[in-house]
Design a protein around this ligand. Structure first.
Ligand code: COA
Length: 173
């Protein structure tokens, strides 16, 4: 259980200073710079604070996609980060849960995220499921096959991810 002194709130934007408050200014905290991808801005931000200091963040963006011949707009989760000294206390669970509650209230059927293999276990603990097969996303010079893992979560009772290739009609998040 997270410390009761930790609070979660939505903030209007993250910005480089708040981001650095969480990362401690670490270069490439997601270890994805080497992929050379363009990422979507996230307009919705949930943060956790401990004694006033920002210690965790999860971002959310609408992601239009086609899967199994169906068009959906999923809640795209990204920029999930917990301050180094605060990990292992349930803070990722808190801020990811807040972002997914937001997407659910908006009426989204699914959440979707991209992550490195080493983060799959975390999201599986939070109820996410791996997507099998090819996933493409937009870049400024055309579509790219995503080189990292894709996971989904249902946001309403009975929501089931359709089989088949996934085509994001937006940048990845
Ligand atoms: C990945 C990260 C966000 C996890 O944050 P955290 O606050 O330590 O995660 P939590 O404490 O909320 O963990 C939630 C659950 O996942 C588990 N978990 C956390 N990291 C895990 C991992 N790498 N593999 C397997 N399980 C993991 C925890 O044990 C916990 O399980 P429980 O609630 O059933 O006990 C944090 O390590 C981080 O900021 N890393 C650098 C940035 C990053 O990689 N972000 C993710 C980009 S996709």
């Amino acid at each position: 259980m997270p410390d009761p002194a930790i609070t979660v709130e939505r903030i209007p934007e993250l910005g480089p200073e708040r981001f650095a408050e969480i990362t401690g200014g670490l270069d490439d905290p997601f270890e994805t710079d080497g992929l050379g991808l363009q990422w979507a801005e996230k307009p919705v931000h949930y943060v956790a604070r401990a004694e006033g200091r920002l210690v965790a963040h999860a971002g959310l963006v609408d992601v239009p996609l086609t899967v199994g011949g169906e068009d959906h707009v999923a809640g795209g989760l990204g920029t999930v980060i917990v301050a180094a000294g605060m990990r292992g206390r349930g803070l990722a669970r808190l801020v990811v849960g807040a972002a997914m509650d937001h997407a659910r209230v908006e009426g989204k059927d699914f959440g979707i995220l991209f992550c490195l293999e080493s983060r799959v276990g975390l999201y599986a603990r939070l109820g996410w499921t791996l997507v099998d097969g090819e996933v493409t996303a937009r870049q400024s010079d055309g579509d790219v096959v995503m080189p990292i893992r894709t996971m989904w979560i249902g946001l309403r009772d009975g929501a089931s991810w359709p089989a088949g290739p996934v085509r994001l009609r937006s940048l990845p998040m």
